[in-house]
Design a protein around this ligand. Structure first.
Ligand code: XMP
Length: 337
């Protein structure tokens, strides 16, 4: 999640990576970084509380683990479940941070708030605005309930700073309010993604969290095309979980940059149990890229495609066809939206 722009412009002098800074590419270097940051965080924060919006993505998870090591329960993690998470994601946040790390975790299930607001809204930009705006509201409400918070932690990483006016800028619907009166704690702000992952590994976070594929802030909201309905969102989430499981089983999960299902708001006729069965298509998208500006298509073996198709059509209520998107970027964007 990117920092509010106003704050960012005031901090430019601290945001330049020194040329002498070694790339963190070994566990020993990650340990050294962690020890150094633990000291720096303690010095900055003192006995005050720090608030963090914990999405469960790589960056916010690594920041959370680092801060928990440094200041324990002085960190208040707020996980907002907007109802558009992938299957198992919020549960993993609760398991890893709430249970295993015994963090001060506030879990807010705001599914109904988001889905009620999104009902009947089909225009992509409107959907994004609603999701972003409501996220800020929910987070604000939780922040107001906390006493003694003086700092806001954020998982800003170096590419966010370098690209603050580039491709990611219009994507950051999950940005926090401009008028929050907190000083920022951004311990990862000079690190590249591979370094953040090294640090996450060294902090003992699960592999599935540290090597998670990119996932947009508005979540499944950009993949449940048109006006979101609960039944189609459920179908999308289940189909996506099957795709991820099968990619994991055949070794594609560690190789493909981003892979997911999109479900359009249209039905076609099919047959199930000898009866007419109208259902939605599940569209598979699996792409490789280095910077998300262009992308190529992963060649998925037909055997795997057949297995995924068989499972999705058999196991997911409402889906009666599985399609494969073969369009590189450009012309297609990575997300359907
Ligand atoms: P497109 O669809 O523009 O996506 O080719 C490029 C990359 O950006 C991701 N994406 C987002 N990431 N917040 C994010 O952090 C967002 O709102 C958002 N929307 C798209 C997309 O998944 C792809 O990796």
């Amino acid at each position: 999640m990117a920092p509010p722009r106003k704050e960012r412009s005031n901090r430019m002098e601290n945001n330049k990576r020194p040329e002498t800074m070694a790339r963190i590419n070994t566990p020993a270097l990650a340990e050294a970084f962690i020890n150094e940051q633990v000291e720096a965080i303690r010095a900055q924060v003192g006995d005050k509380k720090v608030l963090l919006a914990l999405s469960g993505g790589v960056d916010s998870s690594v920041v959370a683990a680092l801060l928990i090591k440094a200041i324990g329960k002085q960190l208040v993690c707020v996980h907002v479940n907007h109802g558009l998470m992938r299957k198992g994601e919020s549960e993993q946040v609760i398991e890893v941070f709430g249970k295993q790390m015994d963090a001060n975790l506030v879990y807010v299930d705001a599914t109904d708030r988001f889905l009620d607001l999104l009902a009947g809204v089909s225009e992509p930009e409107k959907k994004r605005k609603i999701i972003g705006g409501e996220f800020i509201k929910v987070f604000d409400e939780e922040a107001a309930k906390q006493q003694g918070v003086a700092f806001l932690a954020q998982g800003t990483i170096y590419p966010d700073i370098l690209e603050s006016d580039g491709v990611k800028a219009h994507h950051n619907v999950g940005g926090l309010p401009e008028d929050m009166q907190f000083e920022l704690v951004e311990p990862l702000r000079l690190l590249y993604k591979d370094e953040v992952r090294m640090v996450g590994d060294a902090l003992g976070l699960p592999h599935s969290m540290v090597y998670r594929q990119p996932f947009p802030g508005p979540g499944l909201g950009v993949r449940c095309l048109g006006a979101i309905t609960r039944d189609r969102l459920h179908a999308l989430r289940e189909a996506d979980a099957i795709l991820r499981e099968e990619f994991h089983n055949c070794g594609l999960a560690g190789k493909v940059w981003q892979y997911f299902i999109a479900v359009p708001d249209m039905k076609s006729v099919g047959v199930k149990d000898s009866k007419r069965y109208e259902g939605w298509p599940a569209i598979i998208r699996a792409v490789n890229t280095t910077d998300a500006m262009t992308a190529t298509i992963e060649e998925i073996p037909y055997e795997v495609l057949h297995r995924i198709t068989d499972r999705i059509t058999a196991e997911v209520p409402g889906i009666n066809r599985v399609l494969l998107d073969l369009t590189p970027k450009p012309v297609g964007t990575i997300e359907w939206e």
